[in-house]
Design a protein around this ligand. Structure first.
Ligand code: HEC
Ligand code: HEC
Ligand code: HEC
Ligand code: HEC
Ligand code: HEC
Length: 184
């Protein structure tokens, strides 16, 4: 071996590939995120509010293929999409995983006529009028405004409903700009 070989040997050490650092960081971050989820520590981004019963849209919509309209029955015909009453849950859970603690709690609350108080996720100020049925009947997907709910364990507010967001789509679709359509 001659002397010139020495620096060549050290070279790979000095040049730690940048992607290796990035990959290590990514692994660390995902381990940390997984730990947070596993320990059920409230996590500041990407999760909506904790609900009294840990209802998962992902499980119901993505895994079990339940339609949005089975639970949000009013979306296509009234201004509100509506939150399902416990009766809707019991259509299935009178039989499915009956003894799972949260389902037992659900049945108990139903028997006592005590509704579950779900935390609200999306809202508009009082002075804005919105109507689901008009948008659904025009064929807009729920995801246009709510994001991919089918992949969420806890529903998160996908976007802020700023006036510009509404107006932009109205403009693109030649719908009304009349102030009094939304402020009545
Ligand atoms: C099996 C019943 C069920 C199905 C199916 C279902 N949801 Fe829900 N949804 C609920 C319940 C219960 C809540 C209230 C608790 C929560 O926020 O997780 C809710 C809450 C929501 C909210 C938040 C409401 C708020 O407070 O602003 C949105 C948005 C929503 N659902 C959209 C959808 C969409 C879109 C689909 C279909 C992809 C869907 N849901 C399917 C039961 C259901
Ligand atoms: C169309 C049938 C159907 C309806 C309606 C339904 N569920 Fe479920 N639910 C299921 C099935 C199927 C599972 C998965 C059971 C399993 O894992 O074996 C499930 C699982 C669950 C679980 C277990 C934890 C989880 O998320 O995996 C909870 C809690 C739950 N449902 C709550 C509710 C609530 C609250 C409602 C009413 C808003 C509801 N379900 C309405 C079919 C339904
Ligand atoms: C054009 C936008 C838009 C589309 C499309 C849309 N939503 Fe909404 N949704 C909203 C807004 C805005 C609110 C808040 C309404 C308020 O506070 O008055 C809301 C609120 C809700 C709520 C809370 C309860 C309620 O009725 O206010 C649920 C549940 C919901 N949406 C489900 C759905 C489902 C399911 C679909 C598809 C079938 C859907 N949304 C499609 C904009 C939309
Ligand atoms: C994805 C596109 C889209 C978004 C986003 C959207 N809209 Fe619309 N909206 C429409 C279209 C298209 C119509 C016309 C529906 C029809 O007349 O068939 C409409 C109609 C309406 C109407 C009825 C107007 C009338 O003629 O009386 C109201 C009210 C309304 N939207 C409010 C809102 C509000 C408030 C928001 C924001 C929170 C919003 N929209 C977001 C597309 C959208
Ligand atoms: C398609 C629905 C829509 C139309 C049309 C509309 N607005 Fe709005 N407007 C909204 C929404 C949604 C908000 C709430 C924004 C928020 O909470 O950040 C809002 C908020 C406002 C506010 C409160 C200040 C602010 O920016 O938050 C004023 C003032 C206002 N609008 C005036 C008007 C005037 C004037 C017109 C007619 C030129 C008009 N709006 C037309 C949906 C609409």
């Amino acid at each position: 071996m001659d002397k010139t070989a020495e620096p060549d040997n050290r070279e790979p050490e000095k040049r730690t590939p940048r992607w290796a650092n990035a990959a290590a960081l990514a692994v660390l971050l995902s381990v940390a995120a997984a730990a947070l989820v596993y320990l059920d520590i409230p996590y500041p981004v990407g999760f909506g509010p904790r609900q009294p019963i840990p209802f998962s849209h992902r499980v119901h919509v993505q895994v079990k293929r339940v339609s949005c309209f089975m639970c949000h029955t009013e979306a296509a015909r009234s201004s509100r999409a509506g939150i399902p009453p416990l009766q809707t849950c019991l259509l299935c859970h009178a039989r499915i995983i009956r003894s799972y603690p949260y389902i037992a709690q659900l049945r108990e609350q139903f028997a006592r006529n005590q509704p579950v108080v779900w935390q609200r996720v999306n809202w508009l100020p009082e002075f804005v009028y919105f109507n689901h049925s008009m948008h659904i009947q025009r064929g807009f997907d729920c995801g246009r405004c709510h994001g991919d709910v089918s992949s969420m364990d806890r529903v998160v507010k996908a976007r802020k409903f700023e006036m510009g967001f509404c107006i932009q789509c109205h403009r693109d679709n030649k719908a009304t700009h009349d102030c009094f359509a939304c402020h009545r």
